[in-house]
Design a binder for this molecule. Structure first.
Ligand SMILES: [Mn+2]
Length: 315
């Protein structure tokens, strides 16, 4: 894919927006800001639509201009890092009204998801790495784009730790560093920023920890009531599944977070061969082989019994 091709797709349109998935993460925010900067380098102005972009990304140049409501007029809607129209519900209205929907993602598109144009590369570490590729050799990478794309890459690779990290990822990171990405600041901000609330989330998760499937699965949850009582946000809980996935003895880690009453956001991690994307698929979700997510309205006890069954049948 080239930026010239994408520019052809949007030729003649002026109301251009970029959105991503609900609960936007580092790759989603990074890819959106990076794409906005790339379009700007080609004289095209685009605006970003994301619901509740996490405060941890507020250092990125462009964060302040993120819009949270559907705009009056949308002609082109870029959708980054999101493979399913069920995952950008706040902006479904913009999706329905856009003349051209362009999907850019490193997840396989979900069945039934309709976009006018799509560019999908499942072997890429992150959508941000794909946007980096679009810059090509000729386009100058602004500092804003470098910080944003670096953020997206290290978010999705866990700081170059996950197996999705490739030679191309490191080359991209090196060039982003040369373009001025604040690499050590970003790494510390994303992965080594402890807060009392994050520690409380881990404490509750450890209190609720149990082992399922003959101790092959480490599972925990944080209930809606625990979220409320401890004033925890979704961001405060994001280290929990990683903490469990560090356990040497297990095959899978599962974290169920009841962010809204009666609905559990599920995070799955695989240690070795288990494909948790398939497990998440059994609950209507998806993701990658080693990291996936879903959501469920089942009561906690029943939910964990089903999760155990789905995982054990695949081990
Ligand atoms: Mn991603």
């Amino acid at each position: 894919m080239t930026i010239e091709q994408i520019i052809q797709w949007i030729d003649g349109y002026t109301e251009i927006y970029i959105t991503g998935h609900i609960h936007p993460d580092g790759d989603c925010v990074g890819a959106a800001i990076g794409l906005r900067e790339l379009l700007l380098a080609h004289g095209i102005k685009a605006k970003i639509l994301l619901e509740n972009p996490p405060e941890v990304y507020s250092f990125l140049n462009g964060y302040e201009e993120i819009i949270q409501q559907n705009p009056e007029q949308v002609e082109v809607l870029f959708v980054v890092d999101c493979n399913d129209q069920g995952r950008f519900t706040p902006f479904l209205d913009s999706y329905n009204r856009a003349r051209v929907v362009i999907n850019i993602d490193h997840h396989e598109l979900a069945k039934g998801y309709i976009s006018d144009k799509h560019w999908v590369e499942p072997e890429k570490s992150s959508t941000s790495e794909m946007i980096y590729d679009l810059f090509g050799e000729e386009t100058v990478i602004s500092k804003a784009a470098a910080d944003a794309l670096y953020t997206g890459i290290i978010f999705d690779t866990g700081g170059f730790m996950h197996s999705n990290t490739q030679e191309s990822t490191m080359i991209a990171a090196g060039r982003l560093m040369r373009a001025g990405a604040d690499f050590n600041f970003i790494m510390k901000r994303l992965f080594h920023r402890q807060t009392v609330n994050k520690l409380m989330a881990k404490k509750i998760a450890l209190q609720n920890l149990c082992f399922l499937g003959g101790d092959k699965i480490a599972a925990t949850m944080i209930s809606y009531q625990e979220m409320q009582e401890n004033h925890l946000s979704k961001e405060d809980t994001e280290d929990v599944v990683h903490m469990l996935a560090q356990l040497e003895e297990i095959e899978a880690a599962v974290f169920a977070a009841e962010f809204s009453k009666g609905n559990y956001k599920l995070s799955f991690r695989s240690k070795r061969h288990l494909d948790v994307c398939e497990v998440a698929g059994a609950f209507g979700g998806g993701g990658h082989k080693k990291a996936a997510g879903a959501s469920s309205d089942l009561p906690a006890g029943e939910l964990f019994r089903q999760i155990e069954k789905e995982i054990i049948s695949r081990l």
